[in-house]
Design a protein around this ligand. Sequence first.
Ligand SMILES: [Zn+2]
Ligand SMILES: [Zn+2]
Length: 328
Amino acid sequence: MRFGMHLSPVSGPQRGHAIGCKALQIFCGNPRGWAKSPQDPQRVQAFRRDVAEAQLDPVVVHATYLINLAAPEAQTYKLSVETFLDELRRAHALGAAFYVVHCGSHKGQGEAEGRRRLSDALRRADREVPQRPEILLENTVGTAHSLGTTFEDLRILLDDAGVARAGVCLDTCHLLAAGYEIRTREAAAHMLDEADRVLSLKRLRCLHVNDSKGGLGSRLDRHEHLGKGEIGEDGFKALFSDRRLWHLPAILETPLDKPDDDRINLWKAVELAVSVGAAEPLLLAQMPTGPVEAIEPKSRGISAHRVRGVRRVPKQSRVARSKGKKAR
Ligand SMILES: [Zn+2]
Ligand SMILES: [Zn+2]
C-alpha cells in the first residue's frame, strides 16, 4: 500500500516528503468557499516540481466541500457543476491522477432526482473536460438524503453516468459508520467480497484510511487518530491483511490536534501495514521517528528553501538528522 496524507497544497509536497508520504491529497483552493483566483502557472510548476522531487504518486485532489452534484436548488447545482468542472481542470494542471468527490445530497427531493443530477454532472465532465483525472466517488456515512452510502448505490451512480475513467474511493471511517463491519479478517474479506460482487473491485482505486469516533452503523462522520477510534489497531491490521487492497493508494485524513499528529498517524498506519505484509519494512525504517519541524505557511519562502536544501543532503545524513531529532 502506498500511504499518503491530505496536506496543504502549498507546503504539502515538502511536508509529505519529510514525514514519509508516498502519495498526497490536497484541495485545489479554499475547501469552504466558492471563489477561486486563477491558477498561477508558476505555483503550478513549483507544485509539480516539488511532487516529483518528493516522489509522491499519486496526487489526489479532494473536491471542495460545498460542491453538491445532487443539489435540487438550481443555483447551488449550477455553481456546484461549474466548480466541479473548474476543479477538474485545475487538478489536471497539478498532475493529479484522481479527483475525489462526495455523491451529494438530494435534500429530500428523492434519490432518483439526485442520481440524475449527479450523472448529468459526470457526463458533462466527460464532454467538457476530456483531459482530466479519474473521478472517484467517495462513500458516505449515510446521513439523511445523502447519496453513495452503499456499494449498490455507488454502482447505480457509476452505471447511470456511464462515463469513462470513473471509480470509487472507500473511506474506512465512513464504511464503519455506514454499517460495514471491517474490523476482523473475516468481516473485512466479506466486505471486499461484497464490494467486488456489487461494484467490482476494478472500480476501487483509492482508500481513505481514517479511524472513526462513531461505532458501527453510527452514521457519524468524525475521523479519529489511527488506532485511537472504533476501528482500532487490530481493526486496521485485519483490514490491511487483505491482499486485494495492497496495490491501492491509502490516504489519511486524520485530525491535526497537535503539529506532529500527521507524522504520528502516518507512522502508525505504515507500522500496522508492515506488520501484516501490506507494506515494505524498509518503508518504516526510512520514516522519521521523532517530531519533524513544521513548515510555516507564513514564511514558506524561507522554509521551503531550507527544506529543499535538506533534500540535497545525501540520504545517509538525512537519516542521521532525523535520528538526531528523535534523541532530542
Ligand atoms: Zn471526503
Ligand atoms: Zn474521506
